[in-house]
Design a protein around this ligand. Structure first.
Ligand code: PMP
Length: 434
C-alpha cells in the first residue's frame, strides 16, 4: 500500500529517475512491488500476495517450474545472437508453425510485439500490389506497440495526448476506421463496419495492409462482430493489400476453443504477429506469414538480421511454454474456467472478456442511452486492489475492466474475483456511485 516504505521509495525513485511517463500499475496508490510469482499469485517483499487477473505475459502462470528449468539449463549452456544455428530454434520454429493454419508456413523470430508489428508492416509494404502499398488501415482505439511505425497505427496512443496535438500523430498514410463495437458504436452489424473499410479502399484506390487485433484489447475487450473480418479480408485482398492479425494479446491458447483468436472468426490472415505470453515473461515475439509474403520481402535483397531474435534461450522459453500449455491442458482450462467466469459475470451483467460499466442499458439499440461510467469502474478497480486483486481498466472511455489472468486460473480464483466485484458494487451503491 502507499504507506509501505518500500513501495514509497520505489515509486519516488521511479518518478525521479525514469521517464515521467513510464507506465506503472496503481501509481497513485503505491504501485505493486512484484518480487515473486507463483501460478496466478504475485508476492510483495513482505510476503503479502495479490491475485493476478491482469497478466497475459505469464500466460502459463508465474515461475512455471518446467519453463524455469528449461530456461536456466539453456542459460548455462550458451547465450549469444541468433545468427548461429541451434536445435532448439529448429524445433521451436516447426512446433510454432504447427499451431497455425498450413498456409502460414514461414516464421521470423523477434523480441517483442512492437518489433513483430513493425516487421509485419515492412513485409506488407513490400508484398502489396495496391495503389498505395505504404498506406495502412487500422481500427480506432487499436494498440500495436511502442515504436514509431506502430504508434502511427495505434490511435489508442494518440487519444492519450493532452497537449492538444493529438491530430499531429495521425499520419497521412494511416486510415482509421471505427472500432466494430455493436454495443456502443455507430452501427449494429459487422457488415456495416466492413462497409467503412471498403469505403476507405475505394477512396484511396487500395492500401498495403489492414492491421487488426483479434480482440480490441485497449479498445475495451471488443470481439469482432459476425461477418466483419471475412468481408474486410476479401475487400483488402482484392484491392492488392494484405491482412495482418495482431495476436500479441490473444494467442497461445487464451481463446480456449482455439489456439489463436483469428480462428474463431473463420479467417486466415496473410501475416500473424505474436509476443507477450510466447516466452511466459521472457522477451520473444514472432511474425508468421505465407511463403509468398516472405519471398517478396526477401526479393528486395535486404538481409534480415535481429541480434536477439531466435536466440537459443528465447527458444528454450518458447518450447517450454508450448510444453506447459500442452502438459497442463491450459487451452482447455482457459475454455472451462473462461465459461465459468462468463457465467458468474453474467450475474453482474457482462460483455465478452471485459466488464463494461455504463449508466443505462437499453435493449433496443440507439447508442445514446448508454453512457460510460468511468467513475464507477475506477472505484471497482481501486476496491479490488484493497481486496488484493489486480485487474486493469481500459477502453476509450476508461470504463472497462479487463480480465486477462494467467491461464492457470481456477474456478476458485473466479469466485474470489467475482465476489470482490460484487462487494465493490454493493459498496459503490451505498456510497452513491450509481
Ligand atoms: N500489440 C498488442 C495487441 C499489444 O497489446 C501489445 C502490448 N500491450 C503490443 C502489440 C506491443 O507489444 P510489446 O510491448 O511487447 O512491444
Amino acid at each position: 500500500s502507499s504507506t509501505n516504505p518500500i513501495n514509497e521509495r520505489l515509486v519516488h525513485n521511479h518518478l525521479k529517475n525514469q521517464g515521467p511517463n513510464v507506465s506503472m500499475f496503481y501509481r497513485a496508490d503505491g504501485g505493486v512491488v512484484a518480487v515473486k510469482g507463483e501460478g496466478a499469485i504475485i508476492y510483495e517483499p513482505d510476503g503479502s500476495s495479490y491475485l493476478d487477473c491482469a497478466n497475459n505475459v505469464a500466460g502459463c502462470g508465474h515461475s512455471h517450474p518446467l519453463i524455469v528449468k528449461a530456461a536456466v539449463d539453456e542459460i548455462q549452456n550458451i547465450m549469444t545472437n541468433g545468427r548461429f544455428l541451434h536445435p532448439l530454434r529448429d524445433a521451436y520454429v516447426m512446433r510454432l508453425l504447427a499451431t497455425l493454419p498450413p498456409e502460414l508456413d514461414t516464421l521470423y523470430l523477434v523480441n517483442s510485439g512492437s518489433e513483430a508489428n513493425d516487421l509485419a508492416l515492412r513485409m506488407a509494404r513490400q508484398y502489396s500490389t495496391s495503389a498505395n502499398p505504404d498506406h495502412v488501415i487500422c481500427i480506432d482505439c487499436a494498440y500495436h506497440g511502442h515504436v514509431q511505425s506502430v504508434v502511427d497505427v495505434s490511435p489508442y496512443k494518440w487519444r492519450q495526448c493532452t497537449d492538444g496535438n493529438a491530430e499531429s500523430y495521425h499520419k497521412e498514410h494511416v486510415h482509421v476506421v471505427s472500432a466494430p463495437d455493436t454495443y456502443r458504436g455507430p452501427y449494429k452489424t459487422g457488415a456495416e463496419y466492413a462497409d467503412e473499410v471498403k469505403l476507405v479502399l475505394e477512396d484511396t484506390g487500395g492500401v498495403g495492409a489492414f492491421i487488426h487485433e483479434s480482440i480490441l484489447g485497449c479498445g475495451g475487450q471488443i470481439m469482432m462482430p459476425d461477418g466483419y473480418l471475412p468481408a474486410v479480408y476479401d475487400a483488402v485482398r482484392s484491392s492488392g493489400g494484405c491482412v495482418i492479425a495482431d495476436e500479441v494479446q490473444t494467442g497461445f491458447g487464451r481463446p480456449g476453443t482455439s489456439f489463436w483468436q483469428f480462428q474463431h472468426y473463420g479467417v486466415t490472415p496473410d501475416i500473424v504477429t505474436m509476443g507477450k505470453p510466447m516466452g511466459n515473461g521472457y522477451p520473444i515475439g514472432a511474425v508468421a506469414c505465407r511463403r509468398e509474403v516472405a519471398e517478396r520481402f526477401a526479393a528486395s535483397g535486404i538481409e534480415y538480421f535481429n541480434t536477439y531474435g531466435g536466440n537459443s534461450v528465447a527458444c528454450a522459453f518458447g518450447n517450454a511454454v508450448l510444453d506447459a500449455i500442452e502438459q497442463d491442458g491450459l487451452q482447455e482450462n482457459a475454455r472451462v474456467v473462461g465459461e465459468y467466469l462468463m457465467k458468474r459475470m453474467r450475474s453482474l451483467k457482462e460483455l465478452p472478456s471485459g466488464v463494461e460499466f455504463v449508466k443505462r442499458r437499453r435493449t433496443d439499440y440507439t447508442g445514446e442511452d448508454i453512457i460510460p461510467h468511468e467513475k464507477l469502474c475506477r472505484y471497482v478497480v481501486d476496491f479490488l486492489k484493497y481486496e488484493r486483486i489486480i485487474v486493469s481498466r481500459d477502453g476509450p472511455d476508461g470504463n472497462v475492466i479487463k480480465i486477462k489472468p494467467p491461464l492457470v486460473f481456477t474456478n476458485g480464483n473466479v469466485d474470489s474475483l467475482v465476489n470482490g466485484m460484487k462487494q465493490a458494487l454493493i459498496e459503490a451503491e451505498k456510497t452513491g456511485y450509481f
